[in-house]
Design a protein around this ligand. Structure first.
Ligand code: UD2
Ligand code: MN
Length: 606
């Protein structure tokens, strides 16, 4: 009995507390309301800013302001976005009107956010390898100005061009980046050039990429969504998308791009007359933190780095500078980044599309690049075509696609086996200790037969004619250890592949690596894929840049020199530049290797 009474009093006490608390909250709320301190409601986020119409007219030169269904900055589509920031909160802390408009950076200091929002911010960053929180504030549509060189707008017309199908593969892509891409295509492309846009969902696990995406895309009649039942990897996913295309030209894009006005016409123009040209736009970096689009230099050349077989960028080599006779002339590249390009259906089919033996990610761009050139085509960048791309901090789908890096290794091994002939020895995975674990091409017989069937040229042809500026470790005009007469037991040593480091003299170890130096056909002296640069009388390690005079050297009469300044070991055994006198500390020995390639120009030869 007494236990029953005890319990009853506890219940009664609890009831009093709950009732008291609720009425206190209610009173506080009504008081706030009556004092007029009410926070803006979610519904208010739809309010467009009419002032921007005039800006739109000025920025685009278009008069169709009212027809253009412009979604103004700070405005959002009627559906809430997945992972949406709490706009009621964000609006009070930052000026978000026009956030990111025109491709401008939108900076937001996460420290200023309340804890709940900070957590969202961080989680979104981790999941997407980019600042999805900021991207969501920018919204799914923004205007981009035409950033191109003068003359671009007049140079290309959309009349008489072939139609293209656009293929965009994605796996767990953020809502705002994916939609912003589709909107940018819609806003910045003459409609008659696009036959269809195929979105390939490569086994995403995020719910909003299912039905909500279907629903959103119904407003774009040309968009079709193709879904892989499970993750296929980007090569096979692209092939799946390809099976749904019907236009004579195929254009591939990564799922986090934004297309600038006028991006497509220059990509299609060369293909109208030559089915074996493959075009790639200039890729402008969309910053992963603030989503500002930095319009990069006009002329960049894509290459394959040795010994890693990774893709890299250079400025144009002197040979290409000479060939192009105007600023607007297309640039040719030995390799392409791989995500963004247009190719005719005819040539894509001839080349056998993507290698179905490749998995997940990596290497397919190198395969495409080699075979485009070796099988009669070429890679060209019309510099009037610009597309932005988010370069992530890491592969965000790695959790979903375990084995991404192993797949990349295997894909590279396939490229080497099928396309590189004897040159595969210059690929580090082929010749080093890691061969057993990192060089596992699998069955490549079908791809080798394909190459034979098309009758493609040898890899040596590609090197001699398309990429004669290459630095192949051990294949320089001069190659091997570099010894100094004053210190016969010491070798020049690059020490580190880190840029800005000082090469120095070190005991010869005969192991190659940082003591293997090659003089390339351009006159660069390269070790560890870095080259010797002369800066203010010192010698530094820099990333190779073909256009740079301070990277070019002569080796004559044992002197490694340029402009009467010689590579010298000084009294403290540092490697420096000094006036040439021919003293022993300026005399070097190096192994002669081979004559210069014909198809290359040094910077002083144009
Ligand atoms: C670059 C290329 C990319 C591709 C890659 C090498 C550019 C701008 N990007 O790396 O297109 O050539 O090098 O393979 O040139 N994806 C799938 N399924 C997967 C994995 C990825 O559909 O299993 C999608 C992904 O959502 C993205 C695209 O493929 O849209 C490329 O992947 P990425 O953006 O991670 O590649 P990126 O830009 O680092
Ligand atoms: Mn990408």
């Amino acid at each position: 009995m007494s236990r029953f009474r005890q319990r009853l009093s506890v219940y009664l006490l609890a009831l009093v507390f709950v009732w008291g608390g609720t009425s206190w909250l209610f009173l506080m709320w009504t008081q706030l309301e009556s004092e007029g301190i009410s926070l803006p409601r979610k519904a208010q986020r739809h309010a467009g800013d009419n002032m921007l119409k005039e800006e739109y007219r000025i920025a685009t030169g278009r008069d169709d302001v009212d027809n253009a269904t412009v979604v103004f900055r700070g405005d959002l589509p009627p559906e809430p976005m997945p992972n949406e920031p709490d706009f009621d909160v964000v609006r009070q802390l930052f000026n978000i009107t026009n956030a990111g408009d025109g491709g401008i950076a939108f900076n937001l200091d996460p420290q200023k956010l309340p804890l709940e929002e900070q957590k969202k911010y961080q989680l979104a960053f981790r999941k997407n390898a980019m600042n999805e929180y900021a991207s969501n504030i920018i919204g799914v549509r923004r205007r981009l100005r035409d950033p191109r060189l003068e003359g671009c707008a007049e140079r290309y017309s959309s009349a008489g061009l072939p139609q293209t199908s656009i293929i965009i593969c994605f796996v767990n892509e953020a809502w705002s980046t994916l939609l912003r891409l589709v909107h940018s295509i819609h806003d910045n492309t003459p409609p008659h050039l696009v036959k269809e846009v195929i979105l390939v969902d490569d086994g995403s696990s995020w719910d909003f990429l299912g039905k909500p995406l279907d629903a959103y895309m119904t407003r774009f009649p040309k968009v079709q969504i193709v879904r892989a039942r499970r993750g296929l990897g980007l090569m096979v996913a692209r092939t799946l998308g390809y099976n749904y295309t019907t236009a004579p030209v195929i254009t591939f894009l990564d799922s986090h791009c934004e297309c600038f006005p006028g991006w497509l016409e220059p990509l299609l123009t060369p293909l109208a007359t030559d089915p074996k040209v493959v075009t790639t736009p200039c890729i402008d970096g969309i910053d992963k933190n603030h989503f500002g689009i930095g319009v990069g230099p006009d002329v960049m050349v894509g290459v394959v780095e040795f010994p890693t077989l990774q893709f890299g960028w250079r400025i144009e080599p002197p040979r290409e500078k000479k060939r192009r006779n105007s600023k607007l002339e297309h640039v040719r590249s030995p390799a392409m980044a791989g995500g963004l390009f247009s190719i005719t259906r005819e040539f894509f089919d001839l080349l056998g599309g993507f290698d179905p033996g490749m998995k997940i990610w990596g290497g397919e761009n190198i395969e495409m690049s080699f075979k485009i050139w070796m099988c009669g085509g070429r890679i060209e960048t019309p510099i009037c075509s610009r597309v932005g791309h988010v370069f992530h901090s890491h592969n965000s789908y790695q959790g979903l696609r375990s084995g991404t890096f192993a797949a990349g290794d295997a894909n590279n091994a396939r490229v080497a086996e099928v396309w590189m002939d004897d040159y595969k020895k210059y690929f580090n995975h082929f010749s080093s200790k890691v061969r057993e674990t990192r060089y596992i091409p699998g069955d490549v017989s079908e791809r080798q037969k394909l190459r034979e069937r098309i009758g493609c040229k040898a890899f040596s042809w590609y090197i001699e004619n398309v990429y004669p500026e290459v630095a192949l470790p051990g294949d320089g005009i001069y190659s091997g250890e570099i010894r100094n007469e004053a210190f016969p037991k010491l070798c020049l040593d690059m020490m580190t592949s880190k840029e800005g480091g000082h090469p120095t003299m070190f005991g010869c170890h005969g192991q190659g690596g940082a003591q293997l130096f090659d003089m390339t056909d351009l006159g660069e002296i390269v070790s560890l894929n870095r080259c010797l640069a002369r800066v203010h009388g010192g010698v530094f390690n820099q990333k190779s840049n073909w256009g740079s005079g301070q990277h070019v050297w002569d080796f004559k009469d044992k002197l490694i020199q340029r402009n009467n300044k010689c590579l010298t070991v000084n009294a403290t055994r540092h490697v420096v530049m000094e006036k040439c006198t021919g003293k022993t500390s300026q005399r070097w020995s190096w192994n002669y290797h081979r004559p210069r390639r014909k198809n290359v120009l040094r910077i002083d030869e144009i």
